[in-house]
Design a protein. Structure first.
Length: 182
């Protein structure tokens, strides 16, 4: 059963926003989304009495765990993903990066659901690392499914490029260390 996507936002959505969210949930095993009922798209996240964060309206997403007989659900703030008051280039960059950012945020909220409700044996201080590795694993799978011909063309070169980037990173860190000691 697909996750229900509710649009309560007044911001004009980019094309295929709901399809992007559904494609993210298609990558994740169905047992990881058990009891997650809906994803609500809003302009900004409204402060709740349960949340003790000072700048809650700046959050791009919020996971609402089960409370009483209300099933868990996720809230995504489109105002945080699509900057509307900035300059032209920031708006353009936000529009161009919207799909991967939405996918990453959706995975983040779903990972919180998985680790807080369905996964057992993880201590509180281990949640952040476990959630981050979960997101990275499934975001990589999602990216490969969404990849076009350019990604397929460069896939054989990827190990060589990764090795090259590691070497450059080591060289840069060594130069920074020398500048710091000089």
């Amino acid at each position: 059963m697909p996750i229900k996507v509710e649009n309560k936002a007044t911001i004009k959505l980019p094309r295929k926003t709901e399809e992007t969210i559904q494609s993210v949930f298609d990558v994740i095993p169905k047992e990881h989304t058990r009891n997650l009922t809906k994803v609500v798209l809003v302009d900004r996240i409204v402060p709740d009495s349960r949340i003790q964060i000072p700048n809650v309206t700046d959050l791009p997403g919020l996971y609402h765990p089960r409370q009483g007989n209300v099933q868990p659900w996720c809230e995504i703030a489109l105002g945080a993903l699509l900057t509307t008051s900035e300059g032209f280039f920031k708006k353009l960059a936000a529009r161009l990066n919207f799909k991967p950012n939405l996918a990453y945020l959706t995975l983040s909220l779903q990972a919180q659901h998985y680790y807080l409700t369905l996964s057992h044996g993880i201590k509180k201080h281990q949640y952040e690392g476990a959630i981050r590795s979960y997101i990275d694993r499934y975001h990589e799978i999602w990216r490969e499914q969404q990849a076009g011909w350019r990604a397929k063309l460069f896939k054989p070169l990827r190990p060589w490029l990764d090795k090259w980037s590691r070497q450059l990173r080591k060289r840069y860190q060594a130069e920074q260390k020398q500048r710091g000691s000089a």
